[in-house]
Ligand binder design. Sequence first.
Ligand SMILES: NC(=O)c1ccc[n+]([C@@H]2O[C@H](COP(=O)([O-])OP(=O)(O)OC[C@H]3O[C@@H](n4cnc5c(N)ncnc54)[C@H](OP(=O)(O)O)[C@@H]3O)[C@@H](O)[C@H]2O)c1
Length: 290
Amino acid sequence: MKTFKTVVIAGATGTLGYPITEAFLNDGSYKIKIFRKKPESKNEKSELLASKGAEIVYVDYTQKGDLVKALKGTDVVISALSPKKMGGDFYSTQLSLLEAAKEVGVKRFIPSEFGGEYGPDIAHPFIEVKIKFREVLEKSGLEYTNIFNGFFFDCLQYLGFDLKNKTVQFYADPNSKVQVTSLEDVGKYTVESLKLPEARNATIRVAGSTVTFNEILQMFEEATGSKWKVIEDREIRHRYRNKIEPIPSIIDDFKVFICENGALSKLDNDKFSFTPRSLVEYINTMVKNS
Ligand SMILES: NC(=O)c1ccc[n+]([C@@H]2O[C@H](COP(=O)([O-])OP(=O)(O)OC[C@H]3O[C@@H](n4cnc5c(N)ncnc54)[C@H](OP(=O)(O)O)[C@@H]3O)[C@@H](O)[C@H]2O)c1
């Protein structure tokens, strides 16, 4: 196994990047640098990460020379950039990072995957850029690890579970299985993947819980002690594709896509040293604190 000392995290101030960076800082075995896009800007999360020991480095992702300079001495690059926020820049930014990483001899690259198990045959316009980049990375000669963790616990509202109004919108068959993982555990899995021989040039699939949408609803109903109103609309993708009124938004089309394709083919949890947080515990705490 190669040994890694310096880890760069791009997008460390984001929803995912922050807990990944925290997990590395908690582990304490690595020198952590976070890349932030130029120009310098005030950011509470980056200040917190800096106070815990991370070095903030401002880069111009469009300037290869800038990236090469900033990446010198780096062993691992982790991208937590977002296709949703960055649009077309997501692919080109990850590609610039990869090219600069190759030039300076970075040992491993972890791309911004961290979701479902999508491939060229299972794609949506929002994530095609992820698949395209993964293909380039896997052929690049640079060591890689793809991490698939299903949905983040924090995305339950996005997936239709509305705690405030006690309603659920099912975007897929309520009996279909999906994987869900806490952001804290995604961070811990990412850290531990660096010590796992099986993670070298491989895809790692992990989850806090494997559940059906109906089981998630049951957890909410038990935690709130009340029956929730169910909205089920199985026609969203059909209406979206054929522009049938009321035409759903591309966001709703995406929600159907991720809910219909939310199951991972297998899990690698047993290769890791810790037991992840379960969804039922998360929901009980969420309801108690609401
Ligand atoms: N599995 C799930 O349920 C789930 C849910 C949400 C997201 N995800 C995935 O997690 C990954 C990260 O998403 P996220 O929601 O955490 O991202 P995010 O919160 O939008 O954060 C991305 C970070 O990237 C940087 N950034 C933003 N715009 C940029 C630009 N134009 N150029 C360069 N950097 C830019 C920003 O950091 P600075 O300003 O500090 O540079 C930002 O904090 C993605 O792959 C996403 O698909 C998965």
